[in-house]
Design a protein around this ligand. Structure first.
Ligand SMILES: Nc1nc2c(ncn2[C@@H]2O[C@H](COP(=O)(O)OP(=O)(O)OP(=O)(O)O)[C@@H](O)[C@H]2O)c(=O)[nH]1
Ligand SMILES: [Mg+2]
Length: 357
């Protein structure tokens, strides 16, 4: 799973990227333009920690999301540069908008959060519109008679064109699964799910009050987005503390976890992702799948051989393990489920796949 970090210049994108991935890329009060940073963020999960404490495997592996941090997008940039910057996140499955609310006279940049969101939306929309119109023009000008396939494509693109021209994201339009497949090759930006990180000052974070709050709630709701508040500066300070100091600091703020842990979890959830776990002497591991995935496909995540030679999945519920304390007890109580290929995997399932190749 890959998420692109998008925002206008100097909103705190690279700062957040560093916090998410544990890297130390340069941040500055001057715009970074065309840089691209790639890194992996761990999805912290108490459950895998518990599994690990129970069985002491040699290795514990958390679920992970890849983040790509790109240069700021400002309306003044030449179109060619904007296209180049966006192309760095063309293959991302979702977008994280970093919207700045903190004020800092030393750091230039757009202050109005609604203007920032609208700007980003507008740029994404334009990118898709350009692609749609170019393709439509080529089809219409074609000297050859259009094939049936091309006629179908044209009809879908006409609807895209209409929607985008009406300021609608493609995610807001209705397409059948088949139609989505037909246009997936264009790698459009506006069907991607969006998560908004509101980068607040410490004061705004503590008081939960900041400019345009109600309007932002509305924008998030209307666009089917997810949003959360964070404070980049404070997160930096938190990340530099020792673990027990960190806990005290968070408790003082009335929080259970850091904003970065929250952010990675919100992304996970908004994308409809869940985790299942595998346990062995060597490794306790969290695997990421979409909600609704069948057992045999989940097996394929672990190894293609296991998918191919799938016999059955032995599934324990995480909650039963918490209650009963061991896999042995779960078996004794008859709570270990034996499932076939089509079983739907639930969040927190602990799975042992039986296979034969
Ligand atoms: N006061 C304050 N400053 C911040 C915060 N987050 C980032 N900054 C500062 O803002 C400046 C820009 O931060 P970056 O993380 O580089 O921002 P960016 O969005 O990656 O910038 P570009 O890539 O140039 O568009 C730096 O000087 C940061 O120290 C914050 O939450 N509060
Ligand atoms: Mg940056």
């Amino acid at each position: 799973m890959k998420i692109g970090i998008v925002g206008m210049p100097l909103t705190g994108k690279t700062t957040l990227f560093n916090l998410l991935t544990g890297q130390h890329k340069e941040t500055s009060a001057y715009s970074s333009k065309g840089t691209k940073n790639i890194g992996i963020a761990t999805i912290y999960d108490q459950r895998i920690e518990y599994l690990s404490s129970l069985y002491h495997p040699k290795k514990t592996t958390y679920a992970a999301i890849e983040f790509v941090d790109i240069g700021g997008i400002s309306p003044e940039l030449p179109t060619k540069e904007k296209v180049e910057i966006f192309s760095l996140i063309q293959d991302a499955e979702a977008l994280l908008f970093v919207i700045r609310l903190f004020e800092d006279p030393a750091v230039a940049g757009e202050k109005d959060p609604i203007v920032q969101v609208e700007n980003l939306r507008h740029e994404l929309l334009l990118r898709d519109l350009e692609v749609v119109e170019n393709r439509l023009e080529r089809l219409k000008k074609s000297k050859k008679k259009l094939t049936r396939e091309e006629l179908v494509e044209m009809e879908i693109l006409e609807r895209c064109d209409q929607g985008l021209s009406d300021d609608q994201f493609l995610s807001n339009l209705e397409f059948s699964e088949d139609e989505i497949k037909k246009i997936s090759g264009f790698s459009f930006y506006t069907p991607k799910p969006i998560i908004i990180a509101l980068n607040l000052s410490e004061e705004q974070f503590r008081t939960k009050s900041y400019p345009q709050k109600e309007k932002l709630v509305q924008v998030v709701r209307n666009g089917n987005m997810a949003s959360l508040s964070i404070c980049g500066k404070m997160e930096m300070e938190i990340s530099e503390l020792e673990p027990d100091e960190r806990q005290l600091f968070l408790e003082d703020l009335g929080l259970k976890e850091s904003g970065i842990e929250r952010l990675s979890r919100v992304c996970y959830k908004h994308l409809g992702l869940i985790s299942f776990f595998t346990m062995g002497e060597n490794e306790a591991k969290a695997w990421t799948i979409k909600k609704g995935t069948h057992a045999v496909k989940a097996a394929g995540k672990v190894h293609s051989d296991i998918e191919r030679g799938f016999i059955r999945a032995e599934i324990a519920r995480y909650q039963d393990l918490i209650t009963l304390g061991s896999m042995h007890a779960i078996k004794e109580k008859g709570l270990l489920k034996i499932e076939g290929k089509d079983a739907i995997i639930e969040d927190g399932d602990i799975i042992n796949f039986r296979f034969n190749v």
